[in-house]
Design a protein around this ligand. Structure first.
Ligand code: AMP
Length: 189
């Protein structure tokens, strides 16, 4: 099973992805975590992207597409995976479709975690400080939301157009959202 998790920053995609990988044999691929790890390890990639992450902007499509092309070749992806935070732009979505198509594969389902603006602001405020992320300052969070609306939201229509989209209202507790996620999965856990 190959899943794409979509939704604004703070929608709980990462938390839900972790829960689902515990329940099913899936790899959890988070481009955000990969990039943050590279920054922490001060690798050449990390040094290249640090200021972009800190500003809440997106790193280049080329960079993440190359990163994911290599990552998807690794053995743990054979059993299926959840893409959390990738694709993030229409160009990345198209590159992913093409990349999979080249090996006769495709995404099975895109899950759109929907949250109201008010709830998002509250969640982001709660997360601030709790996870010690250097990209969680107020300014950076607002920029990430703006970037999401502008660059990432079009992917909702992209997957809807391919009849791959499922909605999960991401309000309520973590367990409630997880149950809603399980309910929309086409291949049942
Ligand atoms: P996330 O943990 O998914 O919220 O990602 C944290 C940060 O990593 C984002 O604000 C971007 O700077 C960068 N990032 C993660 N995934 C991508 C992506 N697919 N394309 C571009 N930038 C990304």
């Amino acid at each position: 099973m190959k899943l794409v998790f979509l939704g604004p920053p703070g929608a709980g995609k990462g938390t839900q992805a972790k829960l689902l990988t515990e329940k099913m044999q899936l790899a959890h691929l988070s481009t955000g975590e990969m990039l943050r790890q590279a920054v922490k390890d001060q690798t050449p990639l990390g040094l290249q992207v640090k200021s972009i992450l800190d500003a809440g902007q997106l790193v280049s499509d080329q960079l993440v597409v190359d990163l994911m092309r290599e990552r998807l070749k690794q053995a743990d992806c054979k059993k299926g995976y959840i893409l959390d935070g990738f694709p993030r732009t229409l160009a990345q979505g198209e590159a992913l479709t093409k990349m999979l198509d080249e090996s006769g594969q495709k995404i099975d389902q895109a899950i759109y975690f929907e949250v109201s603006g008010d709830e998002l602001t509250e969640r982001l405020a709660n997360r601030r400080g709790a996870e010690a992320r250097t990209d969680d300052s107020v300014e950076t969070q607002l920029e990430r939301l703006r970037v999401y609306e502008e660059q990432t939201r079009p992917l909702v229509d992209y997957y809807q157009g391919q009849a791959l989209l499922s909605h999960v209202p991401a309000t309520g507790g973590i367990d409630q959202v997880f149950n809603k996620l399980l309910a929309v999965l086409k291949t049942k856990a």
